[in-house]
Design a protein around this ligand. Sequence first.
Ligand code: ISE
Length: 328
Amino acid sequence: MLRIGIIGTGNIGTSHARSLAAEVSGAEVAWVYDADGARASEVADAVGARAASSPEEVVASSEAVLIASPDALHAEQALLCLDAGRPVLCEKPLAPTVDEALAVMAAEVDLGQRLISLGFMRRFDPGYLALKAAIPSVGSPLIVHNVHRNAFAPYGLTSSGTLTNSAIHEIDINRWLLDDDYATVQVITGRPAPDAPPGEFDPLLVVLTTTSGVIVEIEAFVTAHYGYEVTCQVVCTDGVLDLGDGHYVTRTAGGVRGQAIPELWLGRFGDAYRSELQAWIDATLRGAACGASVWDGVVATITANAAARSITDGPQRIDLPPRPALYG
Ligand code: ISE
């Protein structure tokens, strides 16, 4: 049994703790840390773990670490884990800023071993896996239309936060779907929705082009009020593929036909999170990493930051550093 330490017990850290304890084989939650000590103890009690007094204690006492702290802490905690030689599942983003993301990559490259798996869980979602597998059956992609709506912004709302925390999922998953990198990005803003603080925009329309010329368009709207919704439509030369939220039950009764809409992403992506955790435990037991790499995280952070710059400075080119040999 791999003894896992969890740093951060917000929504996703708590969900991972419960899932590791009850749904995933080969691991147990041994240590839990949160800046809110009462919260950490509550989660630790629920999963038979111990509450730690610092991230350092978690890293020193566990065999592998799951980082689910606020985005701004991911890089420094990932560096702590690399220093101690611990395998890590780090929630997305790798870091909100490019400098921090590059610092983590430099440290992993120096180590010469992939210890970090990055939590872009959509790569494990049955819907996205089926979508990727179906693309060759309808020719080659021309345009991808993505919708990413949250009912509310639990961590506060800034335009750049929407890009580095929410739309970064589409930035990663479209690159993975298309096996292509981005060449340019432009964000279009309009009339802000009522919950957007002064000077910030919501929704955002992100328009990217890939190096082979596919257009990727993302509506990122984090105060949509009605619920959580993620959809993806791939328009190809010989047909169109739609990934909707179709795995919910459609209820027809009392003269009304409809589907319940989840309030949070844990509902829509529950299967993806579970498969991701199992894949990470299996990979760690084999001494490997899985899913998105630190390189994927660096590319996503560079792209999200270029998108944020384009709000004030117009269309941006996406220039990537050389890809280290460690990432194939
Ligand atoms: C959150 O952190 C997630 O990762 C969700 O999947 C995403 O939909 C949401 O916008 C983020 O805030």
